[in-house]
Design a protein around this ligand. Structure first.
Ligand code: PUT
Length: 431
């Protein structure tokens, strides 16, 4: 691949939990938890990206960034950044903001820059696909080894994995255990200076195990797509979208066209129908079409109201980022909307998304929290279904038009995880 004018689409992805659920925030934390933080720019400056726009919901704040997305829940954040951003450089600021601005219990950590205060995460995940142009990345993102070393300087008990074939598409994951120890270990201090007691109040609907309350409905699906069909990818160029837009949108100054054209593209490409209004009437999309090309969208998806008309008490997200240039084409889709229930099954979501982008090859990663009350996990159900094939070595036409190349299953302590790669039938590398 010629990297001279190429953009690194594959993102770095950080998910940091400060409490096991939005209903189990430690005493002393502001009511909205992390949603009370207003100055995320301090963190994003160190990552080298900017906020383009924000949509706020009672349960999630969704920030569309110049390089991907940030989602803030009361108890966790998800930061996804592409290009040559330095995501891990924002981690110490995140831990400080969580302590100072949201009131999470903190440690004083001598090795940290700034004011050396760090909230203790409940759990941290850092992951990414193998880069297309690794030589363009800045440290610590210049190698997986350096990223792991960086994280190991901050946490005592993380585990690092490389999932999938080394010489093909693969995926890296670092995750801490629950309530990891910050390096060097310190006694936690609450925002009012006291050593905090763990809350003994476990809200109903939350499964309790290991002494803490865990939200057992946590699920994350990522679809990472490469070698997009070049003709189809033209819809993510401004020139192409302008032909579909109204005269009033086309009359705007180019600086003002990003969002309205983003909406045009979301509707035209089928993204607005992945979680359709007929099932999710309150779903909202904030989309942006870059100049001259490239597309990003954040979706906030409140769960459908119950049949008795009572208000929903949870909202999920999805996020999409597209690099359409043929020399480095890539698109990603990520969501925590649980598969099935009232919406589409996980396999249906994958089929819908793959139809939008028509990749030559793609990988899927699916995290599913284990339901400690039920020995048959969701992963069992998903991977045993016809469409995922029966055996690890059996290559099935799992997604219409695609051949499954690889599947790797991990049975972690409190999550099931599957990584699966597909190639379009007839797809030839570099062809
Ligand atoms: N990206 C990591 C996801 C972990 C489970 N939500």
């Amino acid at each position: 691949l010629d990297s001279s004018n190429a953009f690194e689409g594959p993102e770095k992805l950080l998910e940091v939990w400060f409490a096991p659920s939005p209903k189990a925030l430690p005493p002393g934390v502001k009511e909205d938890g992390l949603k009370a933080v207003e100055n995320w720019e301090e963190m994003l400056d160190k990552v080298h990206c900017k906020v383009l726009s924000t949509i706020k919901d009672e349960h999630i704040d969704a920030y569309l960034l110049s390089e991907s997305s940030l989602f803030v829940f009361p108890h966790k954040i998800i930061l996804k950044t592409c290009g040559t951003t330095t995501l891990l450089h924002g981690l110490d600021v995140l831990l400080r903001l969580a302590a100072r601005n949201a009131g999470f219990p903190f440690h004083n950590v001598k090795s940290l820059e700034d004011d050396k205060v760090a909230a203790s995460p409940h759990r941290l995940f850092y992951s990414r696909k193998n880069f297309l142009f690794p030589e363009k990345q800045q440290g610590p993102h210049d190698s997986w080894r350096n990223e792991v070393e960086f994280l190991e300087k901050m946490f005592e008990d993380g585990s690092a994995y490389m999932v999938g074939s080394v010489n093909r598409d693969h995926w890296h994951l670092y995750m801490t255990s629950t309530n990891p120890t910050l390096t060097p270990p310190q006694t936690p201090i609450s925002s009012n200076g006291d050593v905090p007691a763990r809350s003994s109040k476990i809200p109903t609907g939350i499964v309790q195990f290991g002494g803490v309350a865990e939200d057992s409905s946590d699920e994350t699906l990522e679809i990472l797509m490469m070698d997009l069909d070049p003709e189809n990818a033209k819809q993510f160029y401004r020139d192409h979208a302008a032909a579909l837009a109204t005269d009033s949108v086309n009359a705007l100054h180019p600086d003002e066209q990003g969002h309205p054209l983003g909406q045009v593209v979301s509707d035209a490409c089928g993204l607005s129908d992945v979680y359709p209004k007929s099932i999710f009437p309150d779903a909202r999309i904030d989309a942006y079409l870059f100049q001259p090309c490239g597309f990003s969208a954040n979706g906030v998806v409140p769960a459908p109201s119950s049949t008795d008309g009572s208000a929903t008490n949870v909202a999920h997200y999805f996020t999409v980022h597209v690099t359409p240039e043929p020399n480095c084409s890539y698109a990603s889709f990520e969501t925590n909307v649980p598969g099935g229930q009232k919406g589409p099954e996980t396999v249906e979501v994958i089929e819908r998304v793959v139809k939008i982008f028509k990749p030559g090859r793609f990988s899927v990663t699916l995290f599913q929290a284990k339901d400690k009350t039920n020995s048959s996990t969701h992963l069992d159900e998903v991977t045993k279904r016809r469409s995922w094939g029966e055996g690890v070595n059996q290559r099935t036409e799992a997604i219409p038009g695609y051949r499954r190349i690889e599947r790797v299953v991990h049975d972690f302590e409190d999550y099931d995880h599957v990584f699966v790669s597909f190639h379009r039938v007839g797809w030839v590398s570099g062809g």
